[in-house]
Design a protein around this ligand. Structure first.
Ligand SMILES: Nc1nc2c(ncn2[C@@H]2O[C@H](COP(=O)(O)OP(=O)(O)O)[C@@H](O)[C@H]2O)c(=O)[nH]1
Ligand SMILES: [Mg+2]
Length: 440
């Protein structure tokens, strides 16, 4: 996420840190470089100007320049100012005074509205809420079908009507249904068009009147940069927004949208979409994104992702197995599968402090392919082989290779890696061993 910007800013600070004491010229040069990096990332010009003048002003005090660690102080100032332009504190969803709370999603077609409706409903359910999805995009029958399918997939109830029924009517009915179902949140998908147009805006205003939403969230594609900011201004002026959801932050978004949109529109970012899957969705934390941009990692998000997929009791069992070195290939497979569920490896590596620059060097898709290959090899082993890898001899190796579409050399490599890991675990015996315990 925002790799290029992160790399550029990282380089500025690397050269700054090499300097020891700083003078005004050093600070000016660093600020100039940061300014270029932000402009290149397509950040709004006004936002860049304000940002850099604040950083410059705060950095050029005696307190900073004469400190023992001036470069670190400047980095700290940049970190704080980044948090400020990203919106400061985290913004939560505001529930209605009387349930059900109503959440209306708006945005242009293709921005990710329908996908995000499902992601939000899942997020709400995981937070102990009882959501109802509402299909109020009646412009295309396929859009209604998409919501129904997503609802089935997630086992979340959907309120839908024929596409000839007016969206405002659907919303009024949906509120009644929500009360019957004791649903605490309605998540309403609305129509979007390729461009902002009068008819769409009028319909949205009507839906808003009927629904009386506690939240109107604009779903906007982060990859469109300053266009996203313009769209947000327009929707805010016409419909009134309470929050923003930036989608496709996993793509090659340069960062312009994320870094400008709050300052320009005054509307906070509440969530970000990180992929096509329904759980590729995170609450937006300005401080965490600022840390990621500065290459400081984001351990908190990593831990939260681990908590979503890891069964705590099982994690403890595995930890014990690692300590006592009875950890076998079956356990290894289970761990791999959990890591896979946490998202693409490149995203995970990016969140570990100091490793974010490594994420850029992982070729696209290769990490997942390797995981799949290891999985295939272990799947092709018998239960006995998984529990006692030592019995795997030449003929077993050939059989496993054939079964998994790999070569005996691949099997050898896996077994060697596994043995090394086992050895390492024995060495780590006294410390907390294993990936899972590191995350706890
Ligand atoms: N990579 C990525 N793709 C997304 C994300 N959110 C949505 N999409 C994709 O964007 C496309 C349009 O999504 P959809 O929900 O139908 O958009 P809508 O027209 O606004 O309802 C689909 O192919 C989605 O899978 C995201 O966060 N990351
Ligand atoms: Mg849609």
């Amino acid at each position: 996420m925002l790799e290029l910007l992160s790399e550029k800013i990282g380089n500025v600070f690397k050269s700054l840190s090499g300097k020891g004491r700083l003078n005004e010229k050093d600070v000016d040069e660093a600020v100039r470089q940061v300014r270029l990096a932000l402009l290149e990332a397509d950040v709004n010009l006004k936002v860049v100007k304000e940002f850099t003048s604040k950083v410059r002003e705060r950095s050029l005090t005696n307190q900073v320049l004469q400190s023992l660690t001036p470069a670190q102080q400047v980095i700290k100032i940049v970190h704080e100012e980044l948090i400020a332009i990203l919106g400061g504190k985290q913004s939560w969803l505001v529930p209605a005074g009387h349930p059900p709370s109503r959440l209306m999603l708006v945005g242009l077609q293709g921005g990710g509205k329908t996908t995000t409706a499902a992601k939000l409903a899942l997020h709400l359910r995981r937070s102990g809420q009882n959501p109802l999805l509402v299909a109020a995009d009646t412009r295309r029958p396929a859009a209604i079908e998409q919501v129904i399918i997503l609802g089935k997939q997630l086992d979340i109830p959907v309120y839908a009507e024929d596409h000839k029924v007016a969206p405002a009517t659907i919303c009024t009915q949906a509120v009644k249904r929500a009360k019957e179902l004791a649903a605490s949140w309605l998540v309403v998908d609305t129509q979007g068009r390729l461009h902002i147009d009068e008819v769409m805006m009028e319909e949205l205003v009507e839906v808003k009147k009927a629904l009386q939403p506690s939240e109107v969230l604009l779903v906007v594609d982060a990859m469109t940069g300053q266009e996203a900011v313009r769209v947000a201004e327009e929707f805010n002026a016409r419909v009134g927004l309470t929050g923003l959801i930036l989608t496709k932050m996993d793509g090659d978004a340069r960062g312009g949208a994320a870094l400008s949109i709050k300052s320009v529109t005054g509307v906070p970012i509440k969530f970000i979409g990180m992929g096509e899957k329904v759980d590729a969705f995170e609450p937006f934390h300005p401080d965490r994104l600022a840390s990621r941009i500065l290459g400081m990692g984001d351990m908190l998000t990593l831990i939260e992702r681990a908590e979503k997929v890891v069964d705590e009791r099982r994690a403890k069992e595995i930890e014990k197995k690692m300590r006592t070195a009875t950890f076998n290939l079956e356990d290894f497979l289970e761990q791999l599968q959990q890591i896979e569920k946490m998202g693409p490896l490149s995203q995970l590596v990016e969140m570990i402090p100091g490793l974010s620059s490594l994420a850029r060097r992982l070729p696209e898709g290769v990490d997942e392919k390797q995981l799949k290959k290891v999985e295939a090899m272990i799947f092709s082993m018998t239960k006995e082989e998984r529990q006692h890898p030592d019995i795997i001899d030449g003929s077993r190796r050939r059989r496993i290779a054939r079964g998994s579409g790999t070569t005996p050399q691949d099997i050898n490599r896996l077994l060697n890696q596994f043995r090394q890991a086992q050895k390492l675990m024995k060495q780590l015996e006294s410390r907390k061993a294993g990936i899972l315990s590191m995350l706890k």
